[in-house]
Design a protein around this ligand. Structure first.
Ligand code: FES
Length: 149
């Protein structure tokens, strides 16, 4: 499929744009400073905090920001499909108690079989999803333009 170009100039903290690329939903999420600070504190609760399991993200993403899984720290780009059986996870882009976790630091929750991911799409331990959410190939054409693919 052709690359998809997305204008993110209006994206605010905690907001998500959803576009389609190769028949998959792609999430572009702007993360708050509080969320970015929380991410590195979660590593010991995660199955693969540095995304060493292959095929979850392009190599240039691992090199730039291993815990944030992004090129620009605040902008996260993910394939919006649970890595268990492909349901669509829900987003809680704030640090606040959640029905499924009073200590929730923000992230994604899959309603189908209760898999949990942080705001970098990193999977928590002890849930059915085997791997982190996938980061698709992408780059920034300029500060406000993301190109997927
Ligand atoms: Fe998400 Fe099963 S499809 S937990």
């Amino acid at each position: 499929g052709a690359p998809v170009t997305v204008d993110i100039s209006a994206l605010q903290d905690g907001q998500r744009l959803i576009v389609e690329w190769r028949g998959q939903p792609i999430w572009i999420v702007k993360r708050s400073k509080a969320i970015l600070e929380a991410l590195p504190t979660l590593d010991d609760q995660l199955r693969d905090p540095r995304s060493e399991n292959a095929d979850q993200q392009p190599a240039y993403i691992s090199e730039a920001n291993p815990e944030l899984r992004s090129i620009k720290p605040e902008i996260s780009v993910l394939v919006g499909l649970c890595t268990h059986l492909g349901c669509s996870p829900e987003m809680v882009a704030e640090i606040r108690p959640a029905p499924f976790d009073p200590e929730w630091k923000g992230g994604y929750f899959c309603p189908c079989h209760k898999s949990k991911f942080d705001m970098a799409g990193r999977v928590y331990q002890g849930v059915p999803a085997p791997t982190n959410l996938v980061v698709p190939p992408h780059h920034f054409a300029d500060d406000a333009t993301v190109v997927i693919g």
